[in-house]
Design a protein around this ligand. Sequence first.
Ligand code: UDP
Length: 195
Amino acid sequence: IKRAFLFDCPIDLVTYEKVLSCTDSWILNNDPKTRLIFAQNPEKVMTSLENKELNKALNQADILIPDGNGVVWALKKQGYKLEGRVTGIDLMHKLLKQAQQLSVGVYILGGKEHVVKKAVDKIKEDYPNITISGYHNGYFHDTEKIISDINSSKASILFTALGSPKQELFLTEHVNKLSVNVSMGIGGSLDVISG
Ligand code: UDP
């Protein structure tokens, strides 16, 4: 994966196919390492200029998708070659499809209680053969309990929707305690899915 930088902020020159082939092998090999995927947009690039913790978290991520139009435009302007956007919401749907095809479980973390519940129902409706191993709203205090719930669910994919930069900092801090193969930060996507 080729990593580009905009104002010191990393972004990967990837396509959906590339990301999905990485997640496919991480899941099938059941690597002990938990991989992290975050979406890059102009707002996050700007925030990471001032927020060193966020910049560090982004630099430690395994894949940073070029989500926002603004970052794709800026990368192309700087002479980087990339096919186009890889949006968080579309990648999430493709990962849900992959989870269903590989028969592995998914855990959804984040959003308000009624939002995450509705999003889970909608996902089950759209992906009838998917395994939702567990879910929890994003307003918790006992982090260790949440991590142990995620791990005992045996999910392979964790979607984390705590907003940014909360989800990036949360996942980077606890990545070594997680046993999922991959976690993706999905920001406010549960609000979109739940309608
Ligand atoms: N969220 C959460 N826990 C928190 C803060 C936010 O689960 O402590 C959820 C919130 O319910 C929403 C999503 O994260 O579904 C995005 O939140 P917000 O709009 O604040 O972040 P942004 O979209 O600006 O990244």
